[in-house]
Design a protein around this ligand. Structure first.
Ligand SMILES: *Cc1c(COP(=O)(O)O)cnc(C)c1O
Length: 460
């Protein structure tokens, strides 16, 4: 079967020039990129990307933490194609619904922890977190405590880029542009033992970091606080893995004050930590959880909030109309792809494999990188990990201009056929969950070589 290409091919130079003329990229210095030229990714297969120069790149970031089942899954393409022919779009605003949204809702209730039986759909993780802000405030209002409007989050959290989601997030550069955070959102320290733990053991530090929540609640007045939100492991903030003592203490504090606990599972969900959801790795039970990214393995944009019975019962029984929703809430094509994606994760035992087999192997090999002179710590769980690039390993001392060395290393990776991301001087990875042993070996080998190249640059 010969096919005309969907988009007419061009040379790399031509793509770059058209890109610079018409396309403003997200989270990008437009002028600097136009001067440098962007890399044109043309196709992908399994765990590899291909660019317009014919180079093959090992994608240790799953795109943006999302392509959990890997690239090129025909089942997902077919689900989208067939759903588009059957019913490409319909809304669920006015007493209507459709089979893919219903099917996915039931499947999500089945794979999430038992307190979750209902989903509110959104088009992205950001929209889902905006929904959480609206829903928390609505819940307390209906419950007769309208003053409980404040939501507590953490420094360097990433919850998305819309106004409310960026406010929940703790990214200073985002807050500086556009007058954020919006009122009623405050932040406490992130549980970052490597930077903030000092002489404390990780276990001691985990309790100390969690108790900042208690202090903040007391400072704000317990009756003014509606919820706490956190990613089980902070992703974009640098793969910050809290000590095991942290989440149980957070749970205890939320329960003590009756505050809702929201888990942003956008990265940790759908198998990344070797469980369906990150909360199951850490052993806590939230009232709300944010889903996106891995829910479709990135093949379609889709987000959602899982709503526990505690919250749903109040909103359903006493809430009346909830004045909130999106044109693409429960988009049929996205839902059909999500259903197929979740079936792939289940049927192929991908989550179990990450927990029992490939995850432990990746983590064992990843920790070997801590022997490199540049690496102060190599940490990770399942299929997520980070390397701290430091000036002094023994003293846990960072480089003076934090971020410079990370960028050097990231550029070496990209030039040497490997995608890792740099968060300041922390290199992070989150490969597709289908990565196999030989590819893990390739990842470690390439990472070591790029660390060497980075170290060599620092000597010159
Ligand atoms: C990516 C991300 C979001 C935002 O999702 P979008 O689909 O980009 O809006 C929210 N929370 C976490 C933890 C994320 O990693």
């Amino acid at each position: 079967m010969s096919q005309t290409p969907l988009i007419a091919p061009r040379s790399t130079r031509e793509w770059q020039s058209a890109d610079a003329q018409h396309y403003l990229h997200p989270f990008t210095d437009f002028k600097a990129l136009a001067a440098h030229g962007s890399r044109i990714i043309t196709r992908a297969e399994g765990v590899y990307l291909h660019d317009s120069n014919g180079e093959r790149i090992l994608d240790a970031m799953s795109g943006l933490w999302c392509v959990n089942v890997g690239y090129g899954r025909k089942e997902l393409a077919e689900a989208a194609y067939r759903q588009m022919l059957e019913l490409p779009y319909y809304n669920s605003f006015f007493k209507a619904t459709h089979p893919p949204a219903i099917e996915l809702a039931g499947l999500l209730a089945e794979i999430t922890p038992p307190q979750f039986n209902r989903v509110f759909y959104a088009g992205s993780g950001s929209e889902a977190n905006d929904t959480i802000v609206r829903m928390v405030r609505r819940y307390w209002d209906v419950n007769g405590e309208p003053n409980r409007t404040i939501i507590i989050s953490r420094d360097n959290a990433y919850h998305g880029s819309t106004m409310a989601a960026a406010s929940l997030g703790g990214m200073k550069p985002m807050h500086e542009q556009g007058g954020l955070p919006i009122p009623g959102i405050v932040h406490i320290e992130q549980p970052y033992w490597y930077e903030n733990g000092g002489e404390l053991s990780p276990a001691e530090y985990g309790i100390k970091a969690a108790q900042q929540l208690q202090r903040k609640i007391e400072e704000l007045g317990p009756r003014n606080v509606g919820a706490f939100i956190g990613e089980p492991i902070q992703g974009a903030g640098g793969v910050i893995i809290p000590p095991d003592t942290y989440w149980p203490e957070i749970q205890r504090i939320c329960a003590h004050y009756g505050i809702l606990l929201a888990a942003d599972e956008v990265i940790c969900g759908f198998g990344r930590l070797g469980h369906w959801f990150g909360q199951q790795h850490f052993g806590f039970q939230p009232d709300l959880m944010t889903l996106a990214k891995g829910i479709t393995s990135g093949y379609q944009p889709l987000g959602g909030v899982m709503v526990s019975d505690r919250v749903a019962d109040v909103l359903i029984d006493k809430g009346g109309e909830f004045h909130h929703g999106f044109t693409y809430s429960g988009h049929p094509v996205a839902c059909a792809v999500a259903v197929r994606n979740i079936r792939i994760l289940k049927d192929e035992g991908i989550v179990e494999r990450v927990r029992a087999e490939t995850g432990p192997y990746l983590q064992k090999r990843w920790r070997e990188l801590a022997e490199h002179p540049l690496v102060g710590e190599a940490r990770g769980v399942g299929f997520i990990g980070a390397l701290e690039l430091v000036a002094d390993k023994a003293a846990r001392r960072f480089f003076p201009n934090r971020g410079d060395v990370g960028l050097i290393c990231r550029d070496h990776c990209f030039a040497n056929g490997l995608v890792m991301r740099a968060v300041r001087d922390t290199m992070v990875m989150a490969p597709p969950l289908v990565m196999e042993r030989a590819q893990i070996d390739e990842l470690i080998e390439k990472a070591w070589r790029c660390l060497d190249l980075t170290a060599r640059d620092l000597k010159n």
